[in-house]
Design a protein around this ligand. Structure first.
Ligand SMILES: O=c1ccn([C@@H]2O[C@H](COP(=O)(O)O)[C@@H](O)[C@H]2O)c(=O)[nH]1
Length: 294
């Protein structure tokens, strides 16, 4: 602990804040993915100005109805520095409204560079700070250390890509490590270790996994203990990629209480009418709630 840390007021962990949000608003996360086709459908230009209008209208419509909002960084990055300025504004708007943000940015690098990514997204006061980010463990679970450490210090979280929703992911994620378990299982073991203190304290940990809602029986087949992870399980793949309530129940089984189901296009395509967006988010939220809580 540094001298500065000693004067820092204690912050609630991301795991605890997400648990509360899911209890209050249900287990749904809606992604902000401003695809060019969606911008057009909303009558907006494929420009930073269109992106800003789209994203802020979506945030306003979703506030209070979902546990978290997940901006997809790629759609902002494709507009260069103007797009990143919009992303900063969207993250600030979510912060201001008290809506948890999960920035889908899938970062991963050697430890020393990972430290810089951590500063960019997980440090207090960073322009692109989010409540949690997605990280890629392709350089080894240990390389994520600087992000896990900073997230723990600032009350933020990370979601480690484990079993992604795309069909191509299996060729890497189901492969066996030299020690025997599948790659995805060894990542789950890493998250289990990282969440050990939270487990002992009886709260949800802040190191989550990305496990696609489209992954069928892979969790069981690969012998992955998702309950033991004691962390949030971000489940993209709901809606446009074909998964719905039954798939969520099959994939997560006894771990379903920790799932944050995520959908983007299926809700965003109901815009730009705010009532349409709200209706679509409410329907997706009901579906997730039925599958994951009953
Ligand atoms: O395994 C993964 C990890 C991330 N994603 C992201 O989630 C959304 C999905 O959008 P939909 O419109 O609901 O298909 C998108 O930003 C992906 O990059 C994922 O799909 N799968």
């Amino acid at each position: 602990m540094t001298a500065t840390d000693q004067h820092r007021p204690p912050v609630a962990s991301f795991g605890a804040r997400l648990s509360r949000a899911m209890d209050e608003r249900g287990p749904l996360c809606v992604g902000i993915d401003p695809h060019p086709g969606l911008l057009e459908a909303w009558g907006l230009t494929d420009s930073a100005a269109g992106l800003r209008d789209f994203s802020l209208r979506a945030v306003e419509a979703l506030e209070g109805r979902v546990a978290a909002v997940k901006p997809q960084s790629a759609f902002f990055e494709r507009h260069g520095s103007a797009g990143l300025a919009v992303l900063e504004e969207v993250l600030a708007a979510l912060r201001e409204l008290g809506v948890l943000s999960v920035l889908d940015v899938k970062r991963g690098d050697i430890g020393s560079t990972m430290g810089a990514y951590a500063q960019a997204y997980l440090a207090d006061g960073a322009p692109l700070a989010a409540d949690a980010i997605t990280v890629s463990p392709y350089l080894g679970y240990g390389s994520l250390g600087p992000a896990l450490d900073l997230a723990a210090r600032t009350g933020r979280g990370v979601f480690v890509l484990a079993l992604t929703s795309n069909p191509e992911g299996a060729s890497i994620q189901h492969a066996r490590t030299a020690q025997g378990p599948a790659v995805a299982a060894s990542l789950a073991e890493g998250a289990t270790r990282s969440n050990a203190a939270a487990r002992q304290a009886g709260v949800l940990g802040s190191v989550g996994l990305v496990v696609g809602a489209t992954t069928g029986i892979a969790v069981t087949d690969l012998g992955i203990d998702l309950v033991g992870v004691n962390g949030p399980l971000l489940a993209p793949g709901v809606g446009a990629q074909g998964a719905a309530g039954p798939e969520l129940a099959t994939v997560f089984g006894p771990a379903r209480g920790n799932v944050l189901a995520s959908t983007s296009r299926a809700v965003l395509s109901a815009g730009p009418d705010p009532q349409g967006l709200r209706r679509a988010a409410d329907a997706a939220g009901e579906q997730a709630l039925r599958a994951l809580r009953h």
